[in-house]
Write a protein that binds this ligand. Structure first.
Ligand code: ADP
Ligand code: MG
Length: 338
């Protein structure tokens, strides 16, 4: 078996709240948001790993921590055999050519004062990938046409484009340096439904042409079901279930995944379907529940779940889940009449 392109081990990212001097002197405790908590995952070269979970569960933080756009609190990230967490600023800068991100909001993520040519040309300059301004211009122009815009739009500003076109500019910026790995952080969530399919199609074409590997973040399970090879399910900063997309979506084993699937109308008519309703809001990561973090919302929770943290364990080929009641929770799956 070849080694994975990306390996994430025991990765955590905590945000520490700032306190005033008076608060520190009077012993007001520091607030800690455990946005990402002891995450392990791998992504094979050419693979798409989908990452799903409710808003606020830590998906963006995980994506950014992997790229060290947010410095991890602890843990290790290995990319193509290189320990990225140990790299100094210069070496990290070089590595970043190979690891890029496409952001959710194409309005907020483009500098309004830069033309398309400037925005997309910047990575080429930063990484010395063109010998002269003419070469920058021709590479930018080729990339812009590849993402479906026109070369005569190069000197326009972001406000002159629609949302979908802006996301195309964001994609061009991420791909112009010829990277290998892309964090796609909800790249279609802010777009009109009619535009979403075009952008997804473009991302899949570019993946195949350029031999890319994606961590694809979405809260839309149908998007993940359509494009991912494997899927990881996140709850309050932790991966609670992970495996091949067909297996996880048609036979979810964690009650949280089952509840997410219950909320989806019908993406697959064949498999059994869970009937688990998600109750209440996501607890605050400032003060997470004890034991299994899902116990406060779990229809199957028993005393043990409040006290002891379940370990992630194998439930099928490449499929794992962390739940004290894995033995019993299959009975929640109801065979659907064909
Ligand atoms: P998601 O992308 O799944 O919606 P995020 O990674 O954005 O989740 O956020 C996870 C948690 O971390 C949330 O509780 C959020 O409020 C908190 N958080 C995110 N960014 C910061 C930050 N820069 N400082 C403090 N807390 C943050
Ligand atoms: Mg997010």
């Amino acid at each position: 078996m070849t080694s994975p392109l990306l390996k994430v081990e025991n990765l955590s990212k905590y945000y520490y709240g700032s306190r005033s001097l008076a608060e520190r002197l009077t012993g007001v405790p520091e607030t800690v948001v455990r946005a990402v908590n002891h995450v392990d995952l791998t992504i094979g070269r050419g693979e798409i790993l989908g990452l799903i979970g409710e808003s606020g569960c830590g998906k963006s933080t995980l994506g950014r921590a992997i790229l060290r756009l947010h410095e991890p609190t602890s843990g290790r990230i290995t990319f193509d055999g290189v320990d990225v967490t140990a790299l100094g600023p210069e070496a990290m800068k070089t590595m970043r050519r190979r690891m890029q991100i496409i952001f959710q909001d194409p309005y907020a993520s483009l500098n309004p004062r830069r033309t398309v040519a400037e925005t997309v040309g910047l990575p080429l300059k930063l990484h010395n990938l063109a010998a002269n301004p003419e070469e920058v211009r021709s590479k930018v122009s080729a990339m812009i046409e590849r993402v479906g815009l026109k070369a005569n739009q190069l000197d326009r500003y972001p406000h002159q484009f629609s949302g979908g076109q802006r996301q195309r500019i964001g994609i061009a910026r991420a791909l112009v340096s010829n990277p290998e790995f892309i964090v796609c952080d909800e790249p279609v969530s802010a777009l009109d439904v009619s535009i979403q399919a075009q952008i997804i199609k473009l991302l899949l074409e570019l993946k195949n042409e350029m031999g890319l590997t994606y961590l694809f973040i979405s809260h839309d399970i149908s998007v993940i079901g359509y494009l991912a090879d494997r899927v990881a399910v996140m709850y309050l900063g932790e991966i609670v279930e992970m495996g091949p997309v067909d297996s996880v979506l048609s036979r979810p084993r964690h009650p949280y995944t089952q509840s997410l699937m219950s909320a989806v109308p019908d993406i697959d008519d064949s498999g059994p379907k869970a009937r688990v309703r998600l109750v209440g809001d996501l607890p605050s990561p400032l003060n997470p529940p004890s034991g299994c973090k899902f116990h406060t919302r779990c229809p199957l929770a028993v005393e043990k779940c409040k006290i002891s943290v379940p370990q992630i364990e194998s439930v099928g080929t490449g499929h794992m889940a962390s739940c004290h009641r894995l033995g019993e929770n299959l009975s929640l799956l109801e065979e659907k009449a064909s």
